[in-house]
Design a binder for this molecule. Structure first.
Ligand SMILES: Cc1cc2nc3c(=O)[nH]c(=O)nc-3n(C[C@H](O)[C@H](O)[C@H](O)COP(=O)(O)OP(=O)(O)OC[C@H]3O[C@@H](n4cnc5c(N)ncnc54)[C@H](O)[C@@H]3O)c2cc1C
Length: 364
């Protein structure tokens, strides 16, 4: 009989972790406080690249590169198996990066990423809607994006098909530990026993494990996003400038975001940020003045000290694992994080060196 494994949290990280475990034949139950895929994983932009990727530690590049290589096939498989297409679209990312161009090109060379410096004309040709193309910008033609709410829906359907039990509207209130061994979890419906527990509770992971020794340093970081509906093709590329970006979906939906706010567990969108983002998108992309705002929302990213996730067993509690803290990059890092977490839980040879994501290392 295989081990019984409980996955806590039904975001993209928890669902992909459950999928990896189910693929290996484990008995998996996923516990979600609300509904799956409705928190950060729903709120995000779905860019399959860290923003300004050269600014990150190699440990993040390692996870991102592995995921980028696997995303197109994963999305195809999910679309085929569930009928819900996450719409992975490799329409490339343009970046305004001024004095970092040489550093970025050297990084791309070192990591074998396709990146080009482009002049103003080329930038304009690639994205005619940008009102202020820089003298020199950067272009990564292979960067893709996907519709994260659809990825979440297809993952949910896939897990059901694979026999994973999904228990929604069930908050986990504590971890059962005896003699340095994790025995299961506490919920309002009683204790659920398991051989292994993996915490994938996003921004709430630090809170959930707050009573244990060496609680992970994971905190919520709010991000606000705007959504517009335009005719398809109004915006062609992901364009990134400072901390703001525009993302065009295939059907003409356009996202613009995102703020970075340390306001605790408050995910209320604010009028002030809405106005700031609206003014900016209309100034940078004047064509957007024609289209009304459709939606404005906020989500809570799982912030970690250097953006490096915890993918590890607790150093003192056998059977208690974590896969959380992907911060701004939880969608792009998810397939690699999930695969690595499953390798550790199942005692397989890890697909990547797990050292940087160790419980103590990731705490910074
Ligand atoms: C505005 C914005 C834009 C973003 N853009 C991008 C992007 O373009 N690319 C990218 O890669 N990343 C992006 N991100 C980051 C990315 O969305 C997150 O890193 C990722 O979704 C984290 O996934 P998760 O599964 O860890 O967390 P979540 O999706 O938040 O899932 C955690 C789940 O755990 C559940 N949970 C919490 N506590 C408990 C409990 N006690 N019991 C049971 N269940 C519990 C929650 O209800 C939730 O469903 C963005 C984020 C935001 C907010």
């Amino acid at each position: 009989m295989s081990n019984a494994i409980l996955v806590i949290g039904g975001g993209i990280i928890g669902m992909l972790t459950a999928r990896e475990l189910a693929l290996a034949g484990a008995r998996v139950t996923l516990i979600e406080r609300g509904e799956t895929g409705r928190e950060s994983s729903w709120a995000g932009g779905g860019i399959i690249s860290p923003l300004f990727p050269w600014r990150y530690l190699d440990s993040i590049t390692m996870l991102a590169s592995w995921s980028q290589a696997h995303y197109p096939q994963l999305c195809e498989q999910l679309a085929h198996d569930t009928g819900i297409d996450p719409e992975f679209t490799p329409n490339g990312m343009l970046m305004v990066a001024d004095d970092e161009i040489e550093t970025a090109l050297a990084w791309a060379d070192r990591h074998a990423r396709h990146m080009e410096a482009v002049d103003r004309n080329t930038f304009h040709t690639l994205e005619p809607a940008a009102a202020h193309p820089p003298m020199r910008g950067l272009w990564m033609p292979e960067v893709g994006q996907l519709r994260n709410p659809r990825l979440a829906q297809s993952l949910h359907a896939d897990l059901v098909q694979r026999g994973v039990e999904i228990r929604e509207r069930l908050p986990v209130t504590g971890i059962q530990v005896r003699n340095a061994l994790c025995r299961g979890i506490e919920t309002p419906q009683g204790i659920l026993e398991a051989d292994q527990v993996v915490v994938c509770a996003g921004a709430w992971s630090g809170k959930l494990l707050g009573d244990l020794t060496m609680a992970p340093a994971i905190r919520p970081v709010r991000g606000q996003m705007l959504l517009f509906k335009t005719p398809p093709g109004t915006i062609s590329r992901i364009v990134l400038e400072d901390q703001r970006y525009i993302i065009p979906r295939r059907d003409g939906h356009v996202l613009f975001g995102a703020s970075m706010e340390e306001v605790g567990f408050d995910k209320t969108p604010t009028a002030g940020m809405r106005e700031e983002l609206l003014a900016l998108v209309r100034e940078r992309f004047p064509v957007m003045r024609q289209y009304p705002l459709v939606k404005h929302w906020a989500g809570l990213r799982p912030g970690s000290p250097a953006g490096v996730p915890y993918i590890s067993q607790h150093p003192e509690i056998k059977g208690l694992f974590i896969n959380a803290g992907q911060f701004r990059n939880g969608v792009v890092l998810a397939p690699a994080s999930a695969r690595l977490a499953a390798d550790l839980l199942l005692g397989r040879a890890p697909v990547l060196d797990p050292t940087p994501y160790g419980w103590l290392t990731a705490r910074g």
